[in-house]
Design a protein around this ligand. Structure first.
Ligand SMILES: *Cc1c(COP(=O)(O)O)cnc(C)c1O
Length: 360
């Protein structure tokens, strides 16, 4: 069996140990005689799975009791609508635009209220996080919205904006559980799990309980109301059970890595290896502003489209796959999520060195 190094931005690499364990349990989950895919979400076995998953993510992120953890569906994209529909009491929110995902969320929110672009780095093709020292959140905004790690552009908020007490809502899809965070700084932290946690189909929403309101905007579908899911313990309807099961295994795996401080160290070491090479390279260069670089997504270019395409194809032949950049940045992008081993980044960098020698 030969596994490749998969640098995809998402769905993305998962820990091999987790996949092995899931394979072992595929036909008979712990003496139940069936796969997790085949069991009732109301069964004792599945109740244990979802409860353990919640317990472990609470441990990892140190989530206090006044926050709810919801396992939902619809991807990160459904949250673009759910957030305003549930939170827009005064029908006002501030959005910080740092890329396409933030922009999509902002556009969606405009259907429900006054969503203001409070800051933007679009003029810099989103290669940086805008200066927020002068940010003045509208006093009556219901929330301030950010996309904390910009998957396409490879930038990250290394400090959170000061929202002066207004709830901060953050899309953390591509940096979920990659480093320790202070959850109490957030009103909502949410993400699709297919970037850094599990298989597509699960969205995790961590929400401060006082933001779970029954007075949602008129017409909000039942399935899109946080309080409905909170009351039902994420079992209002059939949840994405198998996906939650895999997420649970990834949480255990993360605890075994030393929790978020442990995985952060590994992530920093992996990213440093690639960034140090990029900074010295005369062929390749990173596209994101140094001060805002992401540990998770690293876009880079040669400056020559044909050479980029040749590099991506040659890398794939060497088992380094999914390195093609997003069309809005071009070039390449290496995603170095939690489950990417250090050896994968070493293999990438030595392949880049060789390619550089042959093509300068
Ligand atoms: C991938 C991604 C999304 C979209 O996620 P879906 O689950 O496909 O809706 C949203 N935000 C960010 C930051 C992403 O990386």
């Amino acid at each position: 069996m030969s596994r490749v190094y998969n640098f995809s931005a998402g769905p993305a690499v998962l820990p091999e140990e987790v996949l092995q364990e899931a394979a072992k349990e595929m036909l008979d989950y712990r003496g139940t005689g069936m796969s997790v895919m085949e069991m009732s979400h109301r069964s004792a076995a599945f109740e244990t799975i979802i409860q353990d998953a919640e317990k472990d993510i609470r441990t990892l992120l140190n989530i206090p009791e006044d926050y709810e953890v919801l396992f939902l569906q619809g991807g990160a994209s459904l949250q673009f609508a759910m957030i305003p529909m549930n939170l827009m009491k005064h029908k006002k929110a501030d959005y910080i635009l740092t890329g396409q995902w933030a922009k999509k969320a902002w556009k969606e929110a405009q259907k429900y209220g006054e969503a203001k672009a409070a800051a933007s780095s679009e003029e810099q093709n989103f290669s940086c996080i805008p200066d927020l020292s002068e940010l003045s959140a509208s006093g009556d905004a219901d929330y301030v919205y950010i996309c904390e790690n910009n998957t396409i552009y490879g930038t990250k908020f290394h400090t959170l904006p000061d929202t002066k007490g207004i709830p901060l809502v953050a899309d953390v899809s591509s940096c979920f559980l990659s480093e320790p965070v202070d959850i109490t700084k957030y009103g909502i932290m949410y993400g699709g799990v297919q970037k850094n946690i599990g298989p597509a189909g699960v969205t995790i929403v961590i929400i401060r309980k006082d933001l779970i309101r029954e007075e949602v905007l008129p017409g909000t579908p039942t399935m899109m109301q946080y309080h409905v899911h909170a009351k039902a313990g994420s079992l209002y309807n059939t949840p994405p059970a198998y996906g939650i099961y895999i997420c649970g295994k990834v949480f255990r795996w993360l605890l075994d890595q030393g929790g978020l401080p442990g995985i952060q160290k590994k992530n920093q070491k992996k990213a440093a290896l690639l960034y140090e090479y990029l900074d010295d390279s005369r062929l390749f260069s990173g596209t994101a502003a140094k001060k805002d670089r992401s540990l998770m997504n690293v876009p880079f270019v040669t400056g020559d489209k044909d050479l980029d395409a040749r590099f991506t194809a040659a890398a794939a032949e060497h088992g380094l796959v999914n390195l093609k950049g997003h069309r809005s940045v071009g070039g390449m992008r290496a995603s170095l999520y939690n489950a990417m081993p250090y050896e994968g980044v070493e293999a990438l960098v030595s392949f880049m060195e060789k390619f550089e020698k042959e093509n300068r």
